[in-house]
Design a protein. Structure first.
Length: 137
């Protein structure tokens, strides 16, 4: 029981940090400051193309997942942590496939970011109850 509480605290810390980063990234855009994960400032035209493609595909994959789940199981209430977990899994998978497909020189930092998001998705998955974790009955 204690380890379950520890993983929930860890989950909440990661969610808080990612939420702060996302909010700062959005606000900074309106001041012409562009921030990549993890708090890397770049010029407008320096955002790596592979990152943009991976994010775009992750959004589409998340949409496709929830669309398929709706068609298979009807409309179900989805908790925010489930959406976050799904998007981070999709971002990890799409980032991995984009990096492999492009055959570009991908820095170790980029690989570690993909691994980080995958680990966060695993922590979110492990820390949620089975009621929140699954679709269907």
């Amino acid at each position: 029981m204690k380890s379950y509480m520890n993983i929930r605290i860890l989950r909440d810390i990661f969610i808080f940090c990612l939420s702060v980063w996302a909010t700062l990234t959005i606000v900074s855009f309106y001041f012409d400051v562009y921030i990549l994960f993890p708090f890397t400032l770049v010029e407008n035209n320096e955002v790596p193309y592979e990152n943009l493609i991976a994010i775009r595909l992750a959004i589409f994959a998340t949409f496709a997942f929830y669309g398929l789940m709706h068609l298979l199981h009807g409309s179900k209430e989805v908790y925010p942590v489930h959406f976050l977990k799904t998007f981070l899994f999709m971002l990890s998978i799409m980032g991995l496939t984009v990096f492999i497909k492009t055959n570009e020189e991908v820095s170790l930092k980029q690989w570690l970011i993909i691994l980080f998001f995958f680990c966060i998705a695993i922590i979110l998955h492990m820390s949620t109850s089975s009621k929140i974790r699954r679709f269907g009955k």
